[in-house]
Design a protein around this ligand. Structure first.
Ligand SMILES: Cc1ncc(C[n+]2csc(CCOP(=O)(O)OP(=O)(O)O)c2C)c(N)n1
Ligand SMILES: [Mg+2]
Length: 279
């Protein structure tokens, strides 16, 4: 059965899985108008849904609320997945279909976006600064940074990782979208980051592994990390690039792309099926 897209903030009654599929369909809808980073966006759809509907304390009616949790989309090329979630959460118009007015990477002029990103390797350092700044305010906010696994090839991440552990930042959580693929191929063949969990642990981080396409797991891991007081924490989220669209999954060729016509129909149909029910 195929569902249509608009639902928006009233979608609180929906389970996170169904919301994530709606987010995926929004992403596909955006790509009708222009090429976007489809594979990267679909990889992160469940994680972003878990964040905005299961963890982050934010106020769409007051985006600059000082007590808000901060979110940094360090893998900024997945911007359209973030915009899709911001539509669902009430920051952006629910009937937004053409993304022409929105920047291809998150811009802080967009309602609900705190940090402009897109040049990989900067988000974790920014997140460290935000988490540290919390010490000097009366607000007790949490900071979440979403990183790509290929992005971890940037050495700046590891400087930030050392800094966060040195400063013992319990309110900082990194989530790695571990789809094992980057722009031009497998992360293992370009510059391997394994053993990833052992590396983060050696840098002094609490590490947790989850299925990144199970938003309930992602959300409960976020809450556990935040409550533990033992941060900084990293959630290694196992994902599939292009998740939910069979002809895109694990194919670096769909890192960026556009779907129209028959491919559009197929993608939307597949993203309307609850997992395991595809005919
Ligand atoms: C500093 C920098 N170098 C290169 C790029 C170009 N670029 C955009 S996405 C990407 C691959 C990122 O792979 P990964 O972090 O695994 O993200 P995924 O798309 O798999 O989620 C690259 C190299 C960039 N945006 N910034
Ligand atoms: Mg990747």
């Amino acid at each position: 059965m195929r569902e249509d897209v608009p639902a928006g903030p009233a979608a609180w009654h929906e389970d996170l899985h169904s919301l994530a599929r709606r987010v995926g369909r929004r992403v596909i809808g955006f790509s009708r108008h222009q090429p976007i980073h489809l594979g990267a966006a679909l990889s992160a759809a469940h994680i972003l849904t878990a964040l905005y509907f299961g963890f982050l304390r934010v106020r769409p009616e007051e985006p600059e609320w000082p007590g808000r949790d901060r979110f940094v989309l360090s893998k900024g090329h997945a911007a359209y997945a973030l915009y899709a979630v911001l539509c669902e959460r009430g920051f952006l118009p629910v009937d937004l279909s053409s993304p022409a007015a929105l920047p291809g990477h998150p811009g802080d002029e967009v309602r609900g976006v705190d940090v402009a990103t897109g040049a990989l390797g900067h988000g974790l350092s920014i997140g460290c600064g935000m988490a540290l700044a919390c010490r000097f305010t009366t607000s007790r906010f949490r900071v979440v940074v979403l990183l790509g696994d290929g992005e971890l090839n940037e050495g700046s991440n590891w400087e930030a990782a050392m800094f966060a552990a040195h400063q013992r930042l319990p309110n900082l959580i990194a989530v790695v979208d571990r789809n094992r693929v980057q722009q031009e191929g497998a992360t293992a063949s370009i510059l391997d980051t394994e053993p990833l969990a052992a590396k983060w642990a050696a840098f002094g981080w609490q590490t947790v592994a989850v299925d990144g396409h199970d938003p309930d797991q992602v959300s409960s891991a976020l809450h556990r990390c935040a409550a533990s007081g033992r941060g900084p924490s990293v959630i290694l989220a196992e994902t599939v690039k292009g998740k939910g669209v069979s002809f895109m999954e694990n194919d670096p060729a769909w890192h960026m792309g556009q779907v129209r016509g028959e491919l559009f129909e197929r993608a939307v149909d597949e993203l309307s099926q609850p997992p395991g029910t595809a005919e």
